[in-house]
Design a protein around this ligand. Structure first.
Ligand SMILES: Cc1cc2nc3c(=O)[nH]c(=O)nc-3n(C[C@H](O)[C@H](O)[C@H](O)COP(=O)(O)O)c2cc1C
Length: 258
């Protein structure tokens, strides 16, 4: 069973590769959370692997993923093989520790974890932009053997194996900046559509949590996860976030369908 969350497709692409090779069911965290009266009970088969795949947000785990972990019940969990794979533009800080702690609280044990460097999609602050087309291409190419290697390790059910890029100042990034990001930055309020909007509804379709309704122009509700799918998918680059996104690039994983 592989649970995934993804905004611009990087994590979805990874999750798809893993599910195919490990022959595990692929489950969208966002879709599960939208189902009314969902009991959040997942019956485990003997010996199946449990994976969580998600992007890194501000050197931590997206709150929607933590919420899902808190809510779910893995029925007949008996020390099943459990792992995570996160996608990031550069580094993950102490997200590994955050993940291990969140599953530990549930009484589960994490056997392995990996980070995969993918094209960056974060553009909401000064100094942050998408990668150049060359870097984007290189990252996409290098991710292929990295994911193959992860699949090999998962097939062997490696224990206590963590291949993660922690980066510099990990403590400050995860313990100080991440909580501020969660408190103040996860909001759709600054989003707006310019007159270039053609009401194509791609933003509505791409939003993993169905937080956008297009009525002439997109209207955001208050369930935004800050995944930036709406900004990046727009064919006219009509979606902007305050002044932060002016003149910035766009990226959406080319191997994933929305
Ligand atoms: C809100 C937000 C915060 C991010 N923070 C980080 C970060 O701390 N470190 C990093 O390397 N990449 C960061 N990124 C980049 C994404 O983790 C990366 O592009 C990821 O592969 C996107 O996955 P997705 O396409 O599945 O949504 C951030 C992206 C977003 C949207």
């Amino acid at each position: 069973m592989i649970f995934y969350f993804s905004g611009t497709g990087n994590s979805k692409w990874i999750a798809q590769q893993l599910a195919q090779v490990q022959q595990e069911e692929l489950i969208s965290i966002a879709a599960e959370l939208q189902q009314k009266d969902n009991p959040f009970r997942y019956q485990l088969r003997n010996n199946e692997k449990i994976g969580f795949v998600f992007p890194i947000y501000s050197w931590g785990i997206p709150p929607i993923v933590l919420e899902f972990i808190r809510k779910i019940d893995l029925v007949e969990y008996h020390h099943h093989y459990l792992f995570f794979v996160c996608s990031c533009g550069d580094d993950i800080g102490l997200a590994k520790e955050m993940f291990i702690k969140s599953v530990h609280r549930k009484g589960w044990e994490c056997q392995s974890g990996f980070s995969v460097i993918m094209p960056n999609n974060y553009v909401l602050m000064k100094g942050f932009d998408t990668d150049s087309k060359e870097v984007e291409q290189r990252k996409l190419e290098e991710a292929v053997p990295t994911v193959t290697e992860i699949n090999d390790l998962l097939a062997k059910r490696v224990q206590n194996t963590f291949h993660c890029v922690k980066g510099k100042f990990a403590y400050v990034k995860t313990r100080l900046i991440y909580p501020l990001f969660v408190k103040y930055q996860i909001t759709a309020k600054p989003f707006y559509a310019t007159d270039d909007c053609i009401a194509c509804k791609l933003c509505e379709k791409a939003c993993p949590v169905k937080n956008i309704k297009v009525d002439g122009k997109p209207i955001w509700s208050n369930n935004c996860t800050s995944c930036l799918a709406c900004y990046h998918i727009c064919p006219r680059q009509a979606i902007q976030y305050g002044k932060e996104t002016r003149g910035k690039g766009q990226y959406f994983n080319p191997n994933v369908r929305i």
